[in-house]
Design a protein around this ligand. Structure first.
Ligand code: HEC
Length: 251
């Protein structure tokens, strides 16, 4: 029996390897688009477009304007149609929200809506936390570098992805007059207020100043600070409780 010449052998191997790479590439594509929704993009879009109003434990969103989606879908997930029902309900709700309700129309459509709906269907009322790529799909809110006052100006931006948080939990300033500026690119309405003391999520202190609200743009507040500790926070209902606050140290 004649053995296959080495160069033919190699050619076959290359062909096979090529076919393998193609199959892999095709598999990769089908995760990204086409028929299979992309859960990673779905999570990112959910946080950006829905999380400010809806709580979903897996996405770590804490909005309270709309229903808690884990609670809303707990029964559906445990019943016959299961997670497919959730998908259909979400797509229907986003396409046709109640015109008298508080949910805006036209938040998402097409492939983006399919990804969001698939992500909610996959995540609602599911215990534990995300792992792998899903776990790192959205940056933890408030994990940015501390904000430092310079020449009487202190900039503390709202989370640009729409999380109920500022980009940092910590700021410092020198005593005296300070302008605190809050850029907000998220599309979710926020402001920035300052109260005396380190009060965390549930303040009861005296508000020493508060900026106007903006959903897109930049607002600021002028305050005169004495040495000590203050809390900066958002006055939109539910935002502070959801984590939109931080500590300002003046010394
Ligand atoms: C501005 C706040 C707001 C935003 C943003 C928002 N929703 Fe809603 N959502 C609501 C409110 C309020 C309701 C309650 C029903 C109503 O008013 O129509 C609701 C209802 C729902 C329901 C029905 C829940 C149930 O109990 O049946 C689903 C599903 C839903 N929203 C999904 C989404 C998705 C997905 C997004 C993002 C694309 C989103 N929402 C963005 C406020 C919001």
């Amino acid at each position: 029996m004649r053995t296959m010449p080495l160069h033919k052998h190699l050619a076959r191997l290359v062909l096979l390897a090529g076919a393998g790479a193609l199959a892999l590439a095709a598999g990769g594509c089908s995760v990204k688009g086409g028929e299979n929704p992309n859960l990673i993009a779905g999570k990112q879009m959910f946080v950006a477009k829905c999380g400010a109003c809806h709580t979903l434990a897996r996405a770590e969103t804490k909005g309270t304007v709309g229903p808690n989606l884990d609670e809303a879908f707990r029964a559906a997930v445990n019943e016959g149609g299961g997670r497919n029902t959730v998908r259909t309900v979400v797509e229907g709700q986003v396409e046709n929200p109640n015109p008298e309700g508080l949910m805006p129309k036209g938040l998402a459509s097409g492939a983006v809506l399919k990804d969001i709906a698939a992500y909610i269907a996959d995540s609602a009322a599911k215990s534990g936390s995300d792992s792998g790529l899903l776990a790192t799909a959205v940056k933890a809110p408030g994990s940015g570098k501390p904000a430092v006052e310079k020449a009487g100006k202190l900039q503390i931006a709202a989370d640009p992805a729409g999380q109920l948080a500022y980009v940092t939990k910590s700021a410092s300033a020198k005593p005296g007059a300070v302008t605190i500026e809050m850029p907000n690119a998220s599309g979710v309405s926020h402001n920035i207020a300052v109260e005396a003391g380190e009060k965390g999520a549930n303040g009861t202190g005296t508000v020493v100043g508060a900026s106007p609200f903006t959903a897109k743009g930049s607002v600021s507040v002028h305050v005169t600070l004495k040495p000590g500790t203050y809390t900066f926070f958002c006055q939109a209902p539910g935002h502070r409780a959801a984590g939109m606050y931080g500590t300002l140290t003046v010394k």
